[in-house]
Design a protein around this ligand. Structure first.
Ligand SMILES: [Zn+2]
Ligand SMILES: [Zn+2]
Length: 292
């Protein structure tokens, strides 16, 4: 089986409305591309901060700007009008664990993708609010930012809020455009992998990094290898925000998984995880005529 659990039915642009994108026809477009690419198990995981209920968890200015839709309407749409698994991409907000737990537990998700986009109040993968900003408030080194980032991933994984840790080395998002610590990076990965193993969550292998400035799969092979050695299972996703990116660059991801000896992927239903052997589904359609 192949999976793609980290899908967004719309782009991150504010004008990408729920009314326009949360439609059966749009979900069908994602399903069609998935079928062409042999991916049978699909789930949608919209950003929690696009929903007004997220403001009960955190009042970050970025969230206030984005919180426009109703979370329960989204859940009802996915259940009633699509054949996709119901997920959500939920941020880890330090100190707001109880409030996030209340939001998540009140809905019947198939899985929750946990994400660290912010370290404290600052974002690692976007401007503005950037942790990489300039000026006296931003005297932190790349080493300090990386250290805090992976510590936060570890905390998030231990929180019990999530089933999968998304793009677990997102801090490399900007590639060569932002400073990066030198040498063997495993010293940064260690607390993150430890938290993921202890928290009993899966690690996401995401091809999205290949489409960003990082130009690398999330996570780095060394990070994934440490996870595999710690017995952490893998969830495979593209983080597509448009149909054509469903299962994008999976050949590269599958090659990396094979190289590291990963033969199974996580499948989720009602927040219960099981493992299925990796393998593409043969393309559907009429049986081919046998040439004489
Ligand atoms: Zn994300
Ligand atoms: Zn995402």
């Amino acid at each position: 089986m192949l999976t793609d659990y980290h899908l967004h039915l719309r782009s991150d642009e504010l004008d990408a409305t729920a009314a326009e994108h949360f439609t059966a026809a749009n979900a069908e477009r994602y399903r069609d591309v998935a079928s062409e690419r042999g991916i049978s198990e699909l789930g949608v995981s919209e950003h929690v901060y696009r929903f007004v209920q997220a403001l009960e968890v955190w009042q970050h200015p970025f969230w206030i700007l984005n919180a426009r839709d109703d979370l329960d309407a989204y859940c009802a749409f996915v259940r009633e009008q699509t054949d996709l698994r119901l997920g959500i991409e939920a941020d880890f907000v330090f100190g707001a664990e109880d409030r996030m737990a209340n939001l998540l537990e009140a809905r019947a998700f198939d899985y929750v993708v946990g994400a660290v986009h912010f370290v404290g109040e600052e974002a690692v993968d976007m401007d503005p609010y950037s942790v990489w900003g300039e000026g006296p408030a931003h005297m932190r080194s790349a080493e300090e930012i990386w250290r805090r980032y992976f510590l936060t991933i570890g905390e998030a994984a231990r929180s019990g809020l999530f089933d999968v840790m998304a793009h677990p080395d997102l801090v490399k998002y900007w590639g060569a455009e932002r400073p990066r610590p030198q040498g063997d990076l495993r010293r940064y990965y260690e607390p993150a992998v430890e938290g993921i193993a202890e928290g009993g969550v899966a690690v996401e292998v995401s091809t999205a990094g290949l489409r960003k400035r990082a130009r690398e799969i999330y996570p780095a092979p060394e990070f994934l290898q440490m996870c595999v050695q710690a017995g952490v299972p893998v969830a495979l996703s593209s983080d597509a925000h448009r149909p054509q990116d469903v299962g994008a660059d999976y050949d590269e991801a599958l090659e990396m998984l094979e190289r590291l000896g990963v033969g199974e992927l996580c499948v989720f239903e009602q927040r219960v995880r099981r493992l299925e052997p990796i393998g593409a589904e043969p393309p559907a359609g009429p049986a081919r005529a046998i040439p004489r």
